[in-house]
Design a binder for this molecule. Structure first.
Ligand code: EPU
Length: 433
């Protein structure tokens, strides 16, 4: 297992290009199951989760290969319909294949994803949505076994709101399935995340008829067949936000190219409240999702209050990184997690580095300290790991981050990306035995 050795206290300076979005790419790749024609996705990041999804698609008869910065997919064999536990357990987003398989092949068997470090993560809303489209669904031996009577789903009105808001991958599943269903589907309380808008763009390029993506009501007019298409994935708003926090925490100044500023409104607000300067260098009205943005950290951040919410609210996937910033703010900050109320595994690790955090239920009160101190820390999930890398970059002394594989699921060779900006991060093989 790899570990990171981080020497802190060096401000980041320079330019960095934001990669294509992981969370957009996963359902886009699954859309390869909706057609037998070739699909080309440009700017897919090279990440462990993406490799897992491609492995799963391969099992399902959809082969993929790389060409330049793109991934080409083509389904040649539609006989398989089983997404087995051995792949699903490594990546919860495997659930993305459920809607496309069911819509195109009339049947699907997908191992039920378990919980993960950030909480229970149920899939009841996915199943509710697909049942509303006529699917018959049972649980058998830990698998979701779904069937479309007569081989085709039927359009309907579907409500996707749950206790914690809508569901992003649930919306992706139902929208993809509805694209091939008979008749009209209305998805109420749909997720409004930019990744859903991107999926709707790809499906539309494939011949689907979709209105309202990006709003809580999406209408899909089902078609018989979908065709191949070529599509450029949106840049990763979470990677962009992580880099913004890195600049802020190290009192650095960086330039982000290919930055989806339009998808980062709430993050920008929160950063500015903390005294971080965020300045667009390109005409944002022209290409709001691919801006060039300069970010400059203050000498010491001001405290701030923030609550994670569904888009366009502050994203849960940046909560941990924001907490690293609050840890060194000049006063008390309050952070509330409304999407995954248990997503606080980074708290104890930040405390090992000297942070003063008091957590009660979904809320954490952070009393900023003047500086964090390097320490050995343990990554527990993807975004908690990112938070600890940032904390390590800001801390005095050396931080050793264990279990870097969590980070590699969502950030491509982060040490090599941040190195040219002045970060000192060395990847080493952990000594075992
Ligand atoms: N929920 C239900 N029932 C469901 C589905 C979700 O109650 O059937 C609840 C969840 O437990 C949670 C809330 O609804 O409280 C939102 O979950 P959602 O379904 O939107 O999450 P997801 O689609 O499984 C995606 C991202 C996550 C990101 C969340 C929220 C991908 C591959 N994953 O997950 O990303 O945190 O949306 O924005 O797109 C990450 O990248 O680190 C990550 C965890």
């Amino acid at each position: 297992m790899d570990v990171f050795v981080i020497e802190g206290g060096r401000p980041l300076h320079g330019s960095i290009r934001v990669n294509g979005s992981k969370n957009a790419s996963l359902p886009l790749l699954a859309a390869g199951l909706l057609t037998c024609e070739p699909l080309e996705l440009l700017d897919v990041p090279r990440l462990a989760d993406i490799a897992n999804m491609r492995r799963l698609l391969d099992r399902l008869g959809c082969e993929s290969g790389e060409s330049g910065n793109g991934v080409r997919l083509r389904t040649g064999d539609e006989s398989a319909s089983h997404a087995p536990y051995e792949i699903v357990r490594t990546m919860r987003a495997s659930i993305c294949v459920l809607g496309p398989l069911l819509a195109r092949r009339g049947r699907a068997r997908v191992s039920m994803p378990g919980g993960c470090a950030i909480g229970d993560r149920p899939v009841d809303l996915h199943l509710r949505g697909l049942r509303a489209l006529g699917a018959e669904i049972e649980l058998e031996g830990g698998d979701i076994v779904a069937r479309a009577p007569g081989g085709r789903l039927r359009g309907s009105t579907v409500f996707l709101g749950g206790t914690f808001g809508s569901t992003v991958l649930g919306t992706a599943n139902v929208m993809s399935a509805a694209a091939l269903a008979e008749g009209r589907t209305v998805i109420e309380s749909a997720a409004c995340e930019p990744e859903i808008v991107d999926l709707a763009r790809l499906l539309t390029a494939m011949g689907a008829r979709i209105e309202g993506a990006g709003s809580p009501r999406i209408t899909v007019y089902g078609v018989r067949e979908l065709a191949g298409a070529s599509h450029q994935v949106i840049p990763d708003r979470i990677e962009a936000g992580t880099f913004m926090y890195a600049a802020a925490l190290t009192r650095g100044e960086i330039r982000l190219e290919n930055c989806p500023l339009d998808a980062l409104m709430a993050v920008r607000e929160t950063l500015e409240e903390a005294g971080v300067e965020v300045h667009a260098e390109t005409d944002v009205s022209r290409d709001p999702m691919r801006a060039t943005v300069r970010v400059r950290g203050p000498d010491r951040p001001s405290p701030f209050t923030m609550t994670t919410q569904p888009h366009p609210g502050f994203p849960t996937d940046l909560q941990a990184q924001a907490m690293a910033l609050a840890s060194v703010a000049d006063g008390h900050s309050v952070i509330t997690e409304k999407i995954f109320p248990e997503r606080f595994l980074h708290v104890a690790e930040l405390q090992r580095m000297g942070a003063k955090i008091f957590r009660q239920g979904p809320t954490a009160v952070i009393s900023g300290v003047e500086a964090l101190r390097g320490a050995p820390v343990m990554a527990s999930d993807l975004r908690a790991s990112a938070c600890l890398v940032l904390a390590g970059l800001a801390a005095s002394g050396t931080t050793v981050l264990n279990r870097v594989y969590h980070l590699d699921r969502g950030y491509e060779r982060l040490e090599e990306r941040l190195g040219p900006l002045g970060a000192s991060i060395t990847r080493v093989q952990e000594q075992t035995g």
